[in-house]
Design a binder for this molecule. Sequence first.
Ligand SMILES: Nc1nc2c(ncn2[C@@H]2O[C@H](COP(=O)(O)OP(=O)(O)OP(=O)(O)O)[C@@H](O)[C@H]2O)c(=O)[nH]1
Ligand SMILES: [Mg+2]
Length: 294
Amino acid sequence: MKSGTVAIIGRPNVGKSTLLNALLGEKIAIISDTPQTTRTRILGVLHREDAQIVLLDTPGLHKPEYQLNRRMVRTALGTMEGADLLYVMVEGTAAPGAGDRFVIQRVREAAGSGECPAFLLINKVDLVSKPRLLPLIASYSQMLRWTEVVPLSAKTGLNVDRLVDLTVAVLPEGDALYGEDVITDQPMRTLAAELIREKILQKTREEIPYAVAVEIDRFQEEGRLARIAASVLVEKESQKAIVIGKHGDRLKAIGTYARIEMEQLFGMKVFLELWVKVRPSWREDEQALTALGY
Ligand SMILES: Nc1nc2c(ncn2[C@@H]2O[C@H](COP(=O)(O)OP(=O)(O)OP(=O)(O)O)[C@@H](O)[C@H]2O)c(=O)[nH]1
Ligand SMILES: [Mg+2]
């Protein structure tokens, strides 16, 4: 039996959470086109007969502007410590940029001392032709001695099975770390809040996705029904108006899409109530950040 932890690291929006979900065959991490979607460390367990891989998805590494972002970056860097393997994800669609170099520099610091193996994952190759990929591999190979270089597509699943085999090969011998039925450490409340946030990210633009947080006020299970009340926090009145939309249309759509996914994920009926509240500067408020689970 092989077992160990794998930290998934990269700049925002490269597809880390999409890969986590693809590896698990289950959606436990939210995804969006907007960078900085993931704000916490998300644990997912991949079970195989001969191995257990504990995957740790992380917030994208970026230059932090607010206290929230400082926490996100700290979480990502901290997750690298103690991991048995690092997945360092970049995009195959562009040459290495400053963000990628920054990530690799942090990996060098983390992996350098402890001899931690690191795989370079070149994601989104569904958008790239092979001839364009080769010079990319060459330039990344000069930056670090990668244990493996794996071009893949988290979206189409291309090479994802191969990644699992390569991963099992380098993990240490060991017993399973989690029970057979565990796929994530996130409680239902957190999953519910995240699904609501995802729908907001997908239905709003510009500054709104960054200024939104979701707080679960009530989560009551009554047999096969979950009664959930949640507050959508924004920083300004103008943002509140946008999230609610004309005649409440946008908020209604957000609620509907979130509820449908919750019903699938939880296998129960969901009754969802959403409220939008203005909480100025919550991103700078240490107490609020801790209460929100960041
Ligand atoms: N074409 C293509 N798009 C992808 C692929 N993987 C992810 N995406 C898209 O890339 C965007 C970002 O995906 P995420 O999984 O949220 O990225 P992330 O690295 O977790 O981003 P942060 O949480 O912000 O750090 C989404 O629009 C995904 O659908 C891929 O293999 N191919
Ligand atoms: Mg993510």
